[in-house]
Structure formats: C-alpha cells, structure tokens
Design a protein around this ligand. Structure first.
Ligand code: CMC
Length: 431
C-alpha cells in the first residue's frame, strides 16, 4: 500500500493533507481517519456511497466491468471448475485447496453436520407458519447457547471450530426449518453425500424411502451457493463486521447478518421477485408493471433489477441464467410460465430508455428464484438458501476483521439535526 500521494482539503482557508492509499486494483481511497482531529469536521455519507469501511483481500467487484473475483479468481471460472466447499476453503484461507487439503477440509466440515439434539427441540417454540428467516435468526443465534467451546474470539482454534460449525450446520438448520414448516420429521445429515446433495437429502428425503439426488439439480444448487458465497462489503456483511467489532461471538454475528439479509432490498429480493412475477401473471401485463416501476409516485420497483455496485451487468446473473436453462431442460419445464414471463420482462426492460439510462440490469436474484422454485424449494425459503450460501462470506470477512491489527469497534458519527440544548418543563407546567 503506497502513501506517497496526498489529497488536500481546504476549509476556512486552512489546508490539510490526507494520504491517498492504493489497493491491488480498484479506486484509491483518501485516508481521512485524522480528519476530525485535524479539522473538527466529519464526512457525511449515508448509505456508504463513497466510503471504504475496511481493508479486505477477499472479494473484489468492478461494477462498471461487471467483474466479480473471489481471492483474485473470476466467478465464472470458480463456477465452472470448483464446487461450493472448495470455494468456502478459498474464501476462508485465501488459496484453493490441493486434494489433501480439500479432503481434510471436507472431513472436518462433515464432522460437524449434525446439530445438538436439544437444538431440535428449540424449533417447537416457533409457529409452523413462521417465516423461515425469523426461525433462522433465532436458531443460528441460539448456537451460541450450545457450543460454548467455540465462543472465545481471541482463540484461533475457537474461531476455526466456530467457522466450520457454521458452514456445516447451516444446511442442516435450513432444512430443519423447512421440515418443521411442513410437519415432516427432521432428516439427519448423510455424510456420504456431497455438501449440496446432502442438503437436498435433508430437504426432500423422508424416513420412508431413500432420496436419490438428481446430479443436474445438485450442480445447480451448488452453483447458487458459489454465486452467493461472498459479495464484498454489502449490507449484511457490514452488519456482521459491525456486530463482530464489539467482540460479539461469531454465532451472534452471523444471526445479525441473517436478519439484515432478510430485507427485500438485499437477500429478500429473490422471494420478492418471484412474488412479483406471480402478480404480473402474464406477458400482456409486463408493460403496465414497467410503467409503474418508473412512476415516482409509486413505490413499486422491478424486483431483481438494479444493483448498488453493478452498473453494467451482474456476472452472477449471466451464470444463473445459464443454470436456469439447464434445470428447466432437465425437468422438462422449458415452457415454464414464470420463466417465459421473466424472459419477456427482461427483454422489455433492457430495451426501455429508463432502465438503459439508469443502468438497471437483471441481478442474480432475478433468475435464482426461478431455479430454486424448479428445485422444489418453497418461495419463503429462498432467502434462507441465500443465508446458507453467504455464511462462508460472512465468516471469512469476520475472520479477516478479527485478525486486522487496525480493527476498532465500528462507531459511525452523525450530522445532528435535532433540537438545540433546551430546558425541561415539568409535566404539570407543560402547555
Ligand atoms: N426498478 C425501477 N427503478 C429502479 C430500480 C428498479 N428495480 N432500481 C433502481 N431504480 C431507480 C431508482 O428509483 C433511482 O431512480 P432516481 O435516480 O430517479 O431516483 C435510480 O434507479 C437509482 O436507484 P437507487 O435506488 O438510488 O440505487 P441504489 O444503488 O441505492 O439501489 C437496489 C440498488 C438494488 C437497492 C435497487 O436497484 C433496488 O431496490 N432493486 C430492486 C431490489 C433488488 O433486486 N435487490 C437485489 C439486489 S442484488 C442481491 C444482493 O446483492 O443483495
């Protein structure tokens, strides 16, 4: 990181210099950590439009080029050559595993796929019609009440075990959430199956007959997990980092990330997108909904379109579109009503002046909902699948933060716009 260049700020005739830092690639940053001390002013950047909140060597996004790299590797190559567990190893450790490292990693993860038996009883406290994300926030947070031997964030061994537990147990917990909602028995994990195949077994298997996962569908699920595994400093990741900055335990931090992910502007978009397609219902009504999405007086937005960072295309959307075709072909669903509708909507929106001008392209959630629906995953669980995939990203980012010697508790400041100091009038004397 070089610090030769500086940026100067002139305020009331006084000029102050600030170092300019460069990363490996991407925009340089102006280091304003001393701004308050030197000038008695803060910067104002709600929504973090121009603020780099941390240094990170995990994921890189070039929104203009439509580029996404995990540890330097393009997402397209990872989606083609690696499985999800390899991707997890890469995100967490910085390098792709060789065969021995992979075998060891897989064995460690498989050692932790079951949950404490008492945790299974935790589910009974929820209504069966509870939203899966509400259940996930609660159950994942509750892991800290069960695994006391991995809560010391200053102990590297505890941190590693907590990370492996989270990667291993999330599929079990997400599948249990589904089974509970259906009134079906929980399925124990099967460690002879690969990560994604095991998840499908726990979701769709029953004790009555053996479930044989379809390899095309397993691959599609694995790809969904790879594409959602990390995405730099998005809202939920920043939530995990901010929670972790206080020293909170990793299970609590990941539960906080899940809560943030639930929102429709973030991970909830795939569910919202499918609901929107259902509501539109027919190609003949696409025009009406596009018109609504452009109306300033209407809060409706085209779900699955637009992204804070990608202003060209979302590389994940391209890969998901491909997977969508594979899955629908495999299942003989190429005439699927919602998929055809999605393609029509995509075509019209991509040609529309408003969408072109504002650089609004389909994002990953536009297609992932259709794929998940075809896999048999119920719509309310879509964001839960996203949470399962993103857990590794959250963990890798949390680990990086804990190991950063410059790490401090996150504490944004504000531009106060409330009342100036005033005197309390006792209740009896208030007008
Ligand atoms: N439909 C219609 N107009 C839109 C849309 C949309 N989907 N997205 C943005 N706009 C308009 C927005 O109204 C604004 O117009 P104006 O400049 O006239 O005020 C302009 O485009 C810029 O949008 P913004 O909301 O200021 O952009 P942002 O970077 O703050 O928001 C976003 C990004 C993803 C929250 C937003 O595009 C959105 O709400 N999209 C729909 C929800 C969605 O699909 N979210 C999933 C994101 S990808 C998954 C993930 O990473 O979590």
């Amino acid at each position: 990181m070089t610090t030769q260049r500086t940026a100067s700020l002139t305020l009331d005739g006084k000029t102050t210099e600030f170092p300019v830092l460069s990363g490996t690639i991407g925009p340089e940053v102006i280091d304003i950590r001393t701004l308050y001390g030197k000038t008695n002013t803060f910067t104002f950047d709600p929504g973090f439009m121009s603020t780099a909140a941390c240094k990170s060597s995990i994921t890189y996004i070039d929104g203009d080029k439509g580029e996404l790299l995990y540890r330097g590797y393009p997402i397209e190559q990872l989606a083609e050559h690696c499985n999800f567990l390899e991707t997890c190893y890469l995100l967490k450790n910085g390098e792709l595993p060789n065969q021995d490292q992979y075998d060891d990693w897989e064995k460690r993860v498989k050692n932790h796929t079951m949950v404490h038996e008492q945790l299974t009883r935790f589910f009974q406290g929820f209504r069966r019609d509870a939203h899966p994300m509400a259940v996930l926030v609660g159950v994942v947070g509750a892991l800290s009440a069960f695994y006391h031997d991995s809560l010391d964030i200053n102990n590297p061994q505890h941190r590693l075990v907590a990370a492996i537990r989270l990667i291993a147990k999330l599929p079990t917990i997400v599948a249990m959430t589904y089974k509970y909602s259906m009134g079906e028995p929980f399925m124990y994990p099967r460690n002879n199956l690969d990560y994604s195949a095991n998840f499908m077994h726990m979701m769709f298997g029953t004790p009555c007959e053996e479930y044989k996962p379809n390899p095309v569908l397993v691959k599609a699920l694995d790809r969904i997990l790879i594409l959602h595994a990390d995405h730099e400093q998005n809202a939920s990741t920043s939530t995990v980092r901010l929670s972790g900055s206080s020293g909170a335990n990793p299970f609590a931090c990941i539960a906080a990330g899940i809560a943030c992910l639930w929102g429709p502007a973030h991970g909830g978009a795939n569910e919202a997108c499918l609901k929107m397609l259902e509501e539109i219902g027919d190609v003949s009504r696409v025009g009406e909904y596009i018109k609504r999405s452009k109306d300033k007086n209407d809060s409706f937005k085209l779900m699955g379109f637009g992204h804070r960072v990608y202003k060209n295309f979302d590389p994940r959307a391209k890969l998901m579109r491909e997977t969508c075709h594979d899955v629908l072909n495999e299942l003989g669903l190429h005439d699927d009503r919602l998929f055809k509708l999605a393609l029509a909507l995509e075509k019209i929106a991509l040609e529309d002046e408003y969408f072109v001008e504002k650089k609004l392209y389909p994002n990953v959630d536009f297609y992932s909902g259709i794929v998940q629906r075809a896999l048999g995953i119920p719509v309310p669980l879509f964001t839960g699948i996203f949470a399962l995939a993103r857990t590794i990203g959250w963990i890798a980012q949390w680990h990086e933060m804990i190991g950063d010697p410059e790490q401090k508790i996150g504490r944004p400041r504000q531009l106060y716009t409330g009342a100036a100091p005033r005197t309390v009038t006792p209740l009896a004397k208030r007008p």
